[in-house]
Design a binder for this molecule. Structure first.
Ligand code: PLP
Length: 381
């Protein structure tokens, strides 16, 4: 199988990730942050090391400002449902994933908030910071923006939008699902107040991992209440990070794996990883040159693309193309709507969907050439 579905979840993982999860499960998988015995202390240390690695990666001063989550969806829900209050307005874009849109729909349905959705200005899903600025109202409390579109891979203007949010005193939530481990995300340089990230995509950790950074001073309510190992006699759930968002036992084996994933990332070097993705995308684009029967919706300029190529063959449904790639050629891609319905509406692909190719560090130029050859054959070109 040629796996080209890393935007959904990265595979394979570095060997160190498999081995630490296995070792940790067998040798020291006690409950972190609860008991004081040796095994629990080892567990707590591993969790803290991963927090520190994440803090280093995103330029976060205090690792305790990061809470762990089960995935990016969980982290986005904690952020959106945790900070918004009655009467707030939110600015977001049509390029967002349902894990941003559905919590917003839910809060509006309950009569709590209102939102404005900014449209992209081209067929790659680029969004202009000025159109986001134009949608701000006096009661806008939050701007939500993806670091990169999961439909087209287009890198969205987080730095510029963070500047606008900071100037207006508005909270800025970045959905880093497609950016974490891929783009240079710096919470200070980008004025990010809340950063939601998955652990199982670009950070190379196991599924069931993710997290949310909450800037100091941002008031956040929990969406889950329960045991935190702290202030057990109080009836009120703790209001300090990370306990406020970490009710219940953490996924310590997964977090250990996430730590190993980030360590691998730092050892290889983010620059080298970006360079590899660039080479893979370029190899595909080159191999697809002069095939007019394939319509590509992703930036060809690899500096503007997080590592995705989405396309359609007019006259075919994306799921049929995905099935042929899987069954006939042994190539794993994602077809359909990528949980981003408004993006497909904006791009005009809501009838057919798109086929998404997302290579990872372990793919080869040959994988990309093979995929391009298969697509050319399917397109008859
Ligand atoms: C942009 C974007 N946001 C959010 C998510 C949700 O991530 P998770 O599957 O970790 O919940 C995804 C998943 O693909 C995504 O691409």
């Amino acid at each position: 199988m040629v796996y080209l579905d890393n935007a959904a979840t990265s595979w394979p993982k570095p060997e160190s990730v498999y081995s630490i999860v296995n070792r940790f499960m067998k040798n020291s998988c006690a409950n972190p942050g609860r008991s004081a015995h040796q095994m629990a202390r080892i567990s707590s240390n591993v969790v803290m090391k991963t927090r520190e690695a994440l803090a280093g990666l995103f330029n976060i001063r205090n690792p305790l400002d990061i809470s762990f989550a089960a995935n990016a969806t969980h982290a986005l829900n904690m952020a959106i449902q945790g900070v918004l209050k009655q009467g707030d307005h939110v600015v977001t874009t049509a390029m967002e994933h349902n894990s941003v849109l559905r919590p917003l729909y839910h809060l509006r349905e309950k009569g709590l908030i209102d939102y404005s959705i900014v449209m992209p200005y081209d067929s790659c899903g680029n969004v202009s910071p000025s159109s986001i600025a134009a949608a701000i109202r006096p009661n806008t409390r939050l701007i939500v923006l993806s670091s990169a579109s999961n439909v087209t891979g287009t890198i969205l203007p987080c730095k510029e939008v963070g500047g606008i949010a900071a100037e207006k005193g508005i909270l800025f939530l970045v959905d880093a699902a497609q950016g974490a481990g891929v783009l240079d995300l710096d919470i200070e340089a980008m004025n990010i107040s809340l950063l939601a990230f998955p652990g199982h995509k670009g950070l190379m950790g196991p599924q069931g991992t993710g997290g949310l950074y909450v800037a100091p001073g941002v008031e956040i309510r929990p969406i889950l209440y329960g045991g935190t190992g702290s202030r057990s006699f109080e009836t009120i759930h703790p209001d300090f990070m990370p306990d406020v968002l970490e009710a219940g036992t953490l996924n310590a084996p997964g977090i250990a794996g996430l730590g190993a994933g980030i360590q691998w990332l730092m050892e290889v070097g983010p620059e080298k990883i970006r360079e590899k993705k660039k080479l893979l995308l370029e190899a595909f684009f080159e191999a697809m040159d002069n095939v007019p029967s394939v319509r590509i919706y992703s930036e060809r300029d690899t500096g503007k693309n997080s590592g995705i190529i989405s396309f359609i063959i007019p006259g075919m449904d994306s799921s049929d193309i995905g099935n042929i790639l899987d069954k006939k050629y042994g190539i794993a891609v994602r077809s359909g709507f990528h949980c981003a319905p408004l993006a497909h509406e904006a791009l005009g692909t809501m009838k057919t969907g798109l086929v998404r190719i997302s290579p990872g560090y372990f793919n080869t130029i040959q994988d990309m050439e093979y995929a391009a050859m298969a697509i050319r054959q399917i397109a008859g070109g």
